[in-house]
Ligand binder design. Structure first.
Ligand code: UN1
Length: 475
């Protein structure tokens, strides 16, 4: 059994089995569930470790993060195999994700040495004002199952780089990647208590994870859980960063390169089995290209190979578990009941082994107010909305209460430039899939998608540090 890491020691707990979604008979291993008392111990260990870690020289921190990056990259094939096995992401994408995680640690190793402040003259003679950033203290990081290496990396790396101590609670479906990451971090020389791993179900641990001694919480996951965290954080004076859902629109205009638009939609809507908050779940298509786009996209979807995530021939892996599969099938039924026309897919598939396989699904003849166009499914399901012109496309693209990403396929500089400015989202893609972002630039959305400062790149400092303004009279 793999244990929790608390105060530098491995601590056992009740067994939590880790099941392969491509083959439910394959149990990856047993992982120890942390109790709320374990979480409290982890917070106390982090508090105790904080003063020394906060004052450590940046070179030592950079060296540790660099060692973490090096080991992740050196073991990328093995770690990608584990990721594919426990989450169901196909091997090619799993390799990409593990590489991304390694690169994130490398980026933040560099950031340790690039911290700077500002020196300003005061409005009062003889006084100087110095603005610096300091670590927050103990931060709780709660991560989802859909990027079990990359999302933990982009929260843990900046948290440590800027001098915070971490209590990391990964989604219960992916303890394997989290445990490997914890072991790598421990062996890289990060002192006991600076980084702690607590495994288990969020519902049982969430209150303890925001207990006394916690200064900040960064969460990526569902909107429902995010709202609960936000409320508690407000009551308890905890700084909060939330990354929640998306209902991202991809606009395809009549002047788009059809081959490119089909590839962009295929990738954005269905790769990673559509289980990305950045997925393009609404395809907003102008009437002149509408029928050709649907015909070509359907053809491309039928050529996808749904199967075992670890088979190199597979292009679409299984849904992560039975609960998510039920959610997906329920939305497919809702869409049909609302009058959407099923073009491709729509049903569960059987394969050699018992797994949660779902055919990539496309609906047409949908309108914006339908639930299928307003609520996040988080599966390989996309719907087409037909529009007259660019203005209507933009209006529909913004007609949701979330605003993570939006994309446009067009050859018109005028429309691309207008869209870039007027799409009410945090990230805009021109002739690119809405999903699949760089690791060194800010990530985040607007409206109900995100709360608090941006993640990733240099912008990560906004959340993981607090600003101090010092006034100094010399002499
Ligand atoms: C990506 O599309 O490259 O949970 C990243 C998610 C996002 C990450 C998406 N926070 O799907």
């Amino acid at each position: 059994m793999k244990h929790n890491l608390i105060g530098g020691a491995w601590r056992p707990g009740a067994a939590l089995p880790n099941i392969n979604p491509s083959d439910t008979g394959d149990i990856i291993g047993d992982y120890a569930c942390a109790s709320p008392e374990d979480v409290t111990m982890a917070i106390e260990a982090a508090q105790a470790a904080f003063p020394a870690w906060a004052m450590l020289d940046p070179q030592s921190r950079a060296d540790m993060l660099e060692r973490i990056a090096g080991e992740i990259l050196a073991r990328r094939e093995e770690l990608a195999g584990l990721l594919a096995r426990e989450e169901g992401k196909v091997l090619r994408e799993a390799m990409g994700e593990v590489t991304r995680a390694g690169n994130i640690f490398r980026f933040f190793a560099g950031e340790c040495l690039r911290q700077s402040g500002e020196l300003l003259p005061s409005v009062r003679p003889g006084v100087q004002v110095e603005i610096t950033r300091e670590p927050l203290g103990v931060v709780t990081l709660i991560t989802p199952w859909n990027f079990p290496m990359a999302i933990p990396a982009w929260k843990i790396a900046p948290a440590l780089a800027f001098g915070n101590c971490v209590v990391f609670k990964p989604a219960e479906l992916v303890p394997g990647c989290a445990w490997e990451l914890a072991d790598i971090i421990r062996r890289a020389g990060v002192p006991a208590g600076v980084f702690n791993l607590v495994l288990g179900k969020g519902a049982q641990l969430s209150d303890a994870l925001m207990g006394p001694g916690v200064h900040a919480v960064s969460f990526t996951g569902s909107a429902g859980v995010g709202q609960t965290i936000l409320r508690k954080a407000g009551e308890r004076g905890i700084k909060v960063q939330l990354e929640m859902g998306g209902k991202n629109g991809l606009v395809v205009l009549d002047d788009a390169d059809l081959d490119l638009a089909v590839q962009v939609a295929l990738d954005g809507s269905f790769f990673s089995t559509g289980q990305r908050c950045t997925a393009s779940s609404r395809l907003i298509v102008q009437e002149g290209i509408h029928d050709r786009f649907i015909a070509r996209l359907s053809e491309a979807m039928r050529a996808l190979t749904v199967g075992d995530a670890r088979d190199p021939a597979t292009t679409i892996g299984p849904v992560v578990d039975q609960r998510q599969l039920d959610v997906d099938l329920n939305y497919i039924a809702i869409a049909q009941a609302e009058g959407a026309r099923l073009i491709v897919g729509g049903a569960r598939l059987t394969r050699e082994h018992n797994g949660f396989y779902l055919a990539p699904t496309l609906f047409a003849d949908t309108v914006s107010p339908m639930r299928i166009n307003q609520e996040e499914v988080f599966g390989p399901v996309a719907s087409v909305i037909r529009v007259r012109d660019y203005d209507e496309a933009l209006e529909i693209c913004n007609d949701v209460d979330v605003g993570l990403c939006a994309g446009i396929c067009t050859q018109s500089l005028k429309h691309a430039a207008h869209f870039r400015r007027h799409a009410d989202v945090g990230m805009v893609m021109v002739n690119l899939p809405t999903a699949g972002v760089d690791y060194h630039v800010p990530f985040g959305g607007r409206k109900k998608s995100s709360f608090g400062p941006r993640e990733q790149g240099r912008y990560a400092a906004e959340f993981f540090t607090t600003v101090k303004t010092a006034y100094v009279r010399a002499g």
